[in-house]
Ligand binder design. Structure first.
Ligand code: PRX
Length: 654
């Protein structure tokens, strides 16, 4: 982390919006942006209400804008009635029925296009199927699918009937899937036989079977989409093939009108305890955030081809694949597979062949592809690109410059968007026609978002470049509403530190002399590995569940491609391996974590010690472990260590 922060500190380059881009953009200048910002500052609620009226088609208009009477439980537009799927599909049919909504490319090269009319029809048929299988408004449905159009169809169908979906990333293990199904109390699971990724089949149905065999009593039916066609087990009375289930379903399915606060979805994410939290989002407020940011930050146009590479299992794949692009009537691209199949030019090949105009990905992907050389991108015609974006973790200036030069040909603005599962949509990001960018900075808060950097007491830090807590000082429409089944945790995690006044993001940040925000990383026990958010405690719990492990401490260490890598310190039951090396056990523990959580959580390094470094009061010295994991010299005071002798073991020197 420190190295990134250091290099960022020396970053002074400024990239003004290209004139041609600004001239055609919705918001064309800092002055136009300032005018919008001024409106928001003058009357925060009226600003959002105006947008909600303009951007959303309501079945019944709202009278109340923001209800703060139960703060920090905020309700936006609560007496308004709407349907999110209606807003994403039906309202476009008169003008855009024949327009392509989704361009899909499978890893094996199969391409499929769905118009708005076709997507609407499939969503309606699937929604009718859900209803026939007994799903009603408010029921939870877990979706565990590959990146295929059916994932969007399933999500939109849930939204259409008021069911609450919870998408579980296909890379999560059977155990993680089971935990999420059980926490949500889901009645149905929607999955596939498998998906194609990295030249292999991802065995989704097999994992689903394993999850259900171990628990999940609330699941009544499992819908299975046939994607790979390989042999899988189907359980009579529980499992139903998607294509058979929809065969008789009609394409007429009137939307279920729901209140603006009706939960649209849950999405589980990691925090600083061992248990992932089900972040609950609303319908009206969430949709508004998705729409405004599609327009402001992506400056989306009717003729754009918008490609967000995120999986639907993450928030980015919700807001900028399944909902945002459709809500504004755009054409989106979905790709099923890995960026390196058949070679590291796949992303650029897709951009060139389909003429992608807006490309949005994670810094980790940029760094990985940058490392493989310029020959891959330069072999493809990238002239259709007009805007680039990044999300998920800080981007180092070197990767930013490569993206700018080699992918954007110095012509495309880069929007570095800071946001979170909890915030629902972009919060800090440049408006590309108006805000000059600096490599590594997510620039400024969007209109209507009141962000600040504060000290431990909650006072604004006015001194440039001094780090503090990133907070949001006023509620915003697309904010999370609670943590499913654990409202007390919602209140304490996000609102506890500053007495309910400010939303605590959990990141540390600083502002430079121009007021630009620079994200310095997480301030809690969360790490970002290849942009995936993982709780160190979650990995620790997985490790200590192994019969040979007595204690474990997990930290992140800097990694030049993944951003952070997982470093685990392990104390075994019984004796430490001779010289600290036991390759077979290390492999076993890595696989064990893979089974408990998913392959993304497998530790990169495991180091065995007789003890963990603790203060005399028994607290694990995590900062010291981070220093050791990154191979840096110890600057901390280690005199309070219970057992100073273990330092050599922890450094891998004994
Ligand atoms: O630490 C920040 C980092 O990702 C966290 C949120 O993770 P998640 O809920 O998985 O959502 C990721 C996609 C929105 C944040 O607390 N983060 C996200 N975007 C950026 C970022 N860090 C730096 N720069 C960003 N643009």
């Amino acid at each position: 982390m420190t190295t990134t922060i250091d290099s960022i500190l020396h970053e002074h380059r400024l990239f003004v919006p290209p004139q041609a881009f600004a001239a055609a953009a919705r918001i064309k200048s800092r002055a136009e942006l300032a005018a919008l910002q001024h409106q928001a500052d003058q009357d925060h609620e009226a600003f959002w209400a105006g947008l909600a009226q303009q951007e959303i088609t309501w079945q019944r208009p709202f009278q109340s804008i923001l209800d703060s009477s139960r703060a920090p439980h905020y309700a936006w537009f609560k007496d308004g009635l709407l349907n999110v799927s209606y807003n994403c599909l039906d309202r476009h049919l008169p003008e855009r029925g024949e327009k392509t909504a989704i361009v899909f490319e499978g890893e094996q090269g199969d391409v499929q296009r769905l118009t708005y009319a076709e997507l609407h029809r499939e969503v309606c048929r699937f929604a009718n199927t859900l209803k026939r299988l007994g799903i009603t408004s408010g029921d939870r449905v877990v979706i565990y699918l590959p990146m295929i159009p059916e994932a969007v169809i399933a999500m939109q169908a849930c939204a259409r009937i008021g069911a609450i979906h919870s998408v579980v990333f296909g890379g999560f293990s059977a155990d993680s899937l089971r935990d999420r199904i059980e926490d949500a109390g889901a009645r149905m699971l929607i999955t596939a036989d498998g998906g194609h990724r990295g030249g292999k089949i991802v065995e989704l149905k097999a994992a689903a079977d394993k999850a259900l065999a171990k628990g999940c009593p609330s699941i009544e039916s499992v819908l299975v989409y046939r994607r790979t066609g390989h042999e899988i087990a189907m359980q009579d009375g529980r499992d139903v093939w998607w294509h058979e289930a929809i065969a008789k379903a009609t394409a007429q399915c009137p939307p279920e009108w729901v209140g603006s606060e009706h939960p649209l979805f849950l999405l589980y994410t990691s925090g600083s305890t061992g248990k992932p939290k089900g972040i609950q989002h609303s319908s009206g407020g969430y949709l508004l955030g998705a729409i405004t940011t599609m327009k402001w930050v992506f400056d989306i146009r009717d003729d754009d081809l918008f490609w967000c590479t995120a999986d639907v299992g993450w928030i980015t794949g919700h807001t900028y694949v399944a909902y945002g692009p459709l809500a504004v009537g755009a054409t989106l691209l979905m790709y099923e597979g890995a960026p390196t199949v058949p070679d590291a030019g796949r992303f650029w090949d897709i951009c060139a062949r389909h003429k992608v105009s807006i490309f949005y990905t994670a810094p980790t992907a940029i760094r990985a592809l940058m490392k493989l050389g310029d020959a891959f991108p330069t072999a493809h015609d990238l002239s259709s690109l007009r805007l680039l974006g990044t999300v998920g973790e800080p981007i180092n200036p070197e990767a930013w410059m490569w993206y700018h030069r080699v992918i954007g040909h110095e012509r495309c603005p880069i929007v570095d968007t800071w946001w979170q599962t909890e915030t629902g949509c972009h919060m800090l990001a440049p408006i590309p026609g108006a805000v000059a960018t600096k490599p590594g900075s997510c620039t400024l808060p969007l209109p209507g978002i009141v962000a600040d950097v504060v000290d431990e007491q909650g006072n604004s830090i006015t001194m440039p470049d001094q780090g503090g807590h990133l907070v949001i000082k006023k509620p915003w429409p697309s904010m999370l509403r609670t943590i499913w089944g654990d409202d007390a945790r919602y209140v304490s995690t996000y609102w506890g530190k500053f007495d309910g006044k400010y939303y605590l993001a959990g990141d540390s940040a600083r502002r430079d002399a121009d007021g630009y925000f620079w994200i310095m990383g997480r301030a809690d026990d969360v790490i970002k590995v290849s942009g995936h958010r993982l709780g160190t405690m979650e990995i620790e719990s997985a490790l200590v569940a192994h019969p040979r492990v007595a204690e474990a401490a997990v930290v992140g260490r800097p990694h030049d491609i993944k951003g952070e890598a997982i470093f685990a310190y392990v104390v075994l039951r019984g004796s430490r391996p001779v010289g600290g090396v036991d390759e077979a056990l290390t492999r076993e523990l890595r696989d064990w974590v893979g089974e408990q959580i998913g392959a993304i959580a497998k530790p990169d390094d495991i180091r065995y010690a007789d003890n963990l470094p603790k203060t005399r009061s028994g607290k694990i010295m995590r900062r010291l472990l981070r220093t050791l994991a990154s191979g840096q010299a110890i600057t901390q005071d280690t005199s309070t260590l219970e057992n100073e002798g273990i330092l050599l073991q922890l450094q891998g020197k004994a």
